[in-house]
Design a protein around this ligand. Structure first.
Ligand SMILES: C[S@@+](CC[C@H](N)C(=O)[O-])C[C@H]1O[C@@H](n2cnc3c(N)ncnc32)[C@H](O)[C@@H]1O
Ligand code: SF4
Length: 474
């Protein structure tokens, strides 16, 4: 076992780990977005259509329903028991709205644009029946030009994905699945109210493999109450034994001020940041030993899997669903709370509540309520932050070429801070000007390396108590 203090300077780690910094699933972060109306959204979508070089589209469909609540959940979901009065009508109304939204989107973006990726997320898309899934996927195929080799993925809750449903997914063209696994310890499962025996996950994986899904991803979470480094190691070893192609190893996001249902957690059993460091290092050690590449902040992938290849090719992108190979595609979000990302143009976000979404779509309007049109500075910083999270490195040369800037001049302030981070062992400033996050300290504290490049964060974000980590900022 690797003890974190044998390779991480704990004094430095403690100083930086107290910072509350974003994980940058987008840049700018949603806190920097504005209210947006239909005209603003349409103008951005039309701009994306006019682009000379069209890389194609990625579609995201949000299905918010789940049968039961997992206490840790930070996703946008609607808990709806199937047997309560009106549940089926509610789901039908939502699916009709999705179909109408898809109609509208297809007419706005035009059928000539090729769809290269489709991702169904939630909530739990497997809440839907096989027929409902097939109907909706059929609608997408009718409306859009879906590439024959498109990646078609669904987030699967193993508790609602029996073999016949997985078979229906395969028949509808799905070729990738992502399983919500989270943790295998019974005590942790009981506490977070996500009871999902190992056997169930094993059976789901074995059916997925037999059906020929090209990639099977697992979502795991570390930092949950009652987890210890030993239970987390057990979970990782059990996960590896099932041979997933990739793993998202998420740090538990505890935001009770925003997510009321997390308030029922036993806070006295939450691991502290040094114990979480040990859990993170267990992931790096065990997945690494099992032949997985460590990607960005929190993903591991077999080298033959698309994610690792995309990292090599520079097309890897971080978004709200985790890591994706779809860099350069225009992401169109359909469904309540979905987020669209028009490459180089901006973000669009739909209204969050499913009832508002249904009412809005049925009235013939676009359900977009917030968004962000990028400035030149946003584009430059987005490229820098994205490269850092995907490859743990920032190379000035491609940024200079793409945006016509002199990196050292444009980021003079940030480079001064990087020198300080170099002194503390988080980064290495290379002779070609590249900034490389060190392994493990810089990778563990990647958010700290990214933060100075975020123009929307104020200097207070870098402070720990009354101490300023970056004296250059003082
Ligand atoms: C939409 S769910 C996946 C599909 C399905 N609902 C399920 O749970 O199996 C997306 C993933 O987000 C992760 N997640 C949810 N809440 C989280 C939190 N508070 N912190 C970290 N990860 C979280 C879980 O790993 C979960 O699998
Ligand atoms: S983790 Fe998945 S299944 Fe659990 S409540 Fe959240 S979205 Fe639903």
């Amino acid at each position: 076992m690797i003890a974190p203090n044998s390779i991480v300077d704990l004094e430095v780690f403690r100083r930086y780990s107290g910072l509350s910094l974003p994980r940058h699933v987008s840049y700018p972060m949603p806190t920097g977005w504005n209210d947006m109306d239909e005209d603003g959204a349409l103008a951005m979508l039309q701009d994306s259509n006019k682009r000379e070089q069209d890389n194609g589209l990625s579609l995201y469909l949000h299905i918010p329903f789940c049968e039961a609540l997992c206490k840790f959940c930070a996703c946008t979901r609607v808990i709806l028991k199937k047997n309560v009065a009106g549940a089926a009508d509610r789901v039908d109304a939502y699916l009709s709205a999705i179909e109408r939204d898809l109609d509208r989107m297809a007419s706005v973006v035009g059928s000539r644009r090729v769809v290269r990726q489709i991702h169904w997320g939630g909530g739990s898309p497997t809440y839907l029946s096989s027929e409902q899934i097939q109907r909706l996927q059929g609608k997408i195929n009718d409306l859009f030009d879906v590439a024959p080799d498109a990646e078609i993925a669904m987030e699967i809750d193993p508790r609602t994905a029996p073999p016949d449903k997985l078979q229906a997914l395969r028949a509808a063209g799905f070729n990738r699945v992502s399983l919500g696994v989270q943790d295998f310890s019974e005590q942790v499962q009981m506490h977070v109210r996500r009871i999902q025996p190992y056997e169930m996950v094993r059976e789901t994986v074995s059916v997925c493999k037999a059906l020929g899904f090209e990639s099977v991803n697992f979502d795991l979470i570390y930092g949950l109450p009652y987890q210890t480094p030993a239970t987390v190691r057990d979970t990782i070893e059990q996960a590896i034994a099932l041979a997933p192609d990739r793993v998202a190893y998420y740090h538990y996001a505890q935001i009770p001020e925003k997510i009321a249902t997390q308030r029922g957690m036993d806070y006295t059993k939450l691991p502290d940041s040094e114990v979480k460091l040990e859990m993170f290092m267990a992931g790096v050690e065990l997945f690494g030993a099992a032949g997985f590449d460590f990607i960005g902040l929190d993903h591991f992938a077999k080298s033959e899997e698309g994610l690792a290849q995309a990292m090599e090719e520079g097309t890897l992108q971080r978004n709200f669903q985790g890591m994706t190979t779809g860099g350069g595609l225009d992401l169109i979000g359909v469904g309540a709370s979905s987020i669209g990302h028009l490459a180089g143009i901006g973000f669009l976000q739909n209204m969050r509540e499913s009832e508002d979404y249904i009412a809005c779509v049925e009235s013939g309007k676009l359900p977009v309520v917030r968004g962000k049109r990028f400035s030149d500075d946003d584009r430059i910083r987005q490229a820098v932050i994205s490269e850092l999270y995907c490859t743990a490195e920032i190379r000035p040369e491609p940024i200079e070429r793409e945006f016509g800037i002199v990196f050292a001049d444009y980021f003079a302030r940030e480079l001064t801070i990087m020198e300080e981070l170099q002194r503390d062992g988080l980064v290495i400033l290379q002779s070609n000007g590249a900034i490389r996050a060190t392994m493990p300290l810089g990778r563990v504290l990647l958010r700290t390396v990214a933060a100075p490049f975020d123009a929307y964060l104020d200097d207070d974000a870098y402070r720990v108590g009354d101490k300023n980590c970056f004296s250059a900022n003082a």
